[in-house]
Design a protein around this ligand. Sequence first.
Ligand SMILES: [Ca+2]
Length: 517
Amino acid sequence: MKLFMKYQTIVFFFSSLATILIISGCHNVSEKVNPIDPPNILILMSDNHSADHLGCYGDPSVKTPHIDRLASEGVLFSNAFCAAPSCSPARAAMLTGQDIWRLGTAANLWSGFPKMDVYPQMMEENGYHVGIQGKGWGPGDAQPDGWTDNPGGKRYGSFEEFYNEKESNQPWLFWYSSRDPHRPFRSEGWNKSGIDLESIEVPPYLPNHIDVKKDMADYYHEVQLFDQDVANYLALLDEMGETENTMVIVCSDNGWQMPRGLANLYDFGSKIPLIVWWPKQIEGNRKIDDFVNLNDLAPTFLELANIEAPSEMTAKSLKGLLFENKEGTIDPSRNFVVTGRERHAYVRSNGLGYPGRALRTEDFLYIRNYEPDRWPAGDPPLYGDVDSHMLHYPAPTKLHLLVHKENPSVEPLFELSFGKRPFEELYDLKKDPYQLVNVAGLDGYAEIKNNLSHQLTEYLITTNDPREINQSFTWDTDTYFKEGDKRPKPSQEAIELLDLEEEYDYTTDNSNATSEN
Ligand SMILES: [Ca+2]
């Protein structure tokens, strides 16, 4: 351990020396001249939190003054996405700077994480003090693949504990991942939130009902608790005298845990808030509309730390966007993102996933569902990918949709969230920002659809997606480490309201569910 620390110190000394040489004009050391010392990096991440739900992103109900201040003093990305609408793959993509189909079992929830380059380890090897608090990468089990720590870094109980282990003048990288606003929400959060239920704007893919507004206010309450966490971390940075040389990132891992959100390739599953704040170095009060991805953070951090990114890292550094004093659309090549999903929770017989890929441009969302015969939200009657851990804990919005699905005003919304979907979906975002009307089959969109389909395929082939280059993959059969999920037990409330069984079994073909529609 001591030897390793010494090695780190030596490496850091030489990398610092390299920086000094670069600054003094020795240009042949590296092409990537970096005018600043390796900065500290603090990531403050919420969990299952959609882009729209912050004051600075225009939400009229939630109160997030601390994050709003960072946005006004920093850079707000208006088109930031995660690589997959699911915790583990989104986080694995962030750590590796790669799309999920390049990550083997790490494309799934609750599976493994094959050994590959991740920026925290690379930065640690180059002298950084690295740690996480909270989830980090997960849920899943990386140990069978040879990881001794979480792939995000060693876990600490607090930022102070982490900070006290750092050597003086050692740069650091710390990733705090909050549990908020992940379900289950704290009870009566809507009541504690101080939010006027009447002010809440329910998106049109959910029923405009008081049950939903209370559920949303419970969620907002947890977003507000995260906002307080952000304030507490900023106070700690000040106290430690680290504000000047620390880049702060505020983001989420994926979209909110509502029907059509988490585990869906719609914006509500994959569009996330992303704010970068570093007043000493980065010009603030800027909104950037370029399309960016959480996995772009990996090459960004490596570039700032003067570490060469591995060639497998397909994401693109945000450094140019951050350090040029421009706003709006800056890099015209950043006019799309590609997202994907494999298996989220264990919610279909035999543990099958619901594979898909999506191309999102400013004007369109094109989705390819590889297995349209499967249930997108999980087998009925639990539809377990959505919202409530197979109806095990309270989920008022989902329950409302299920209980009232025969109601003519609810039925179309029920179908949108739980019904089967065709091989291709296309949404015209100028007319339909909430992605309600699939126009993929309309003649007037044939050319656009073909162009987007071609663009998506080209991207997937270029990035070696096994689904598009005729290679084998194991995502439907990879180990799912949480055994209890395979035999879900709905809550008593759900059993009574929906006339459910006490327990379901997804480990065989004999799902109780497949005959229902
Ligand atoms: Ca998450």
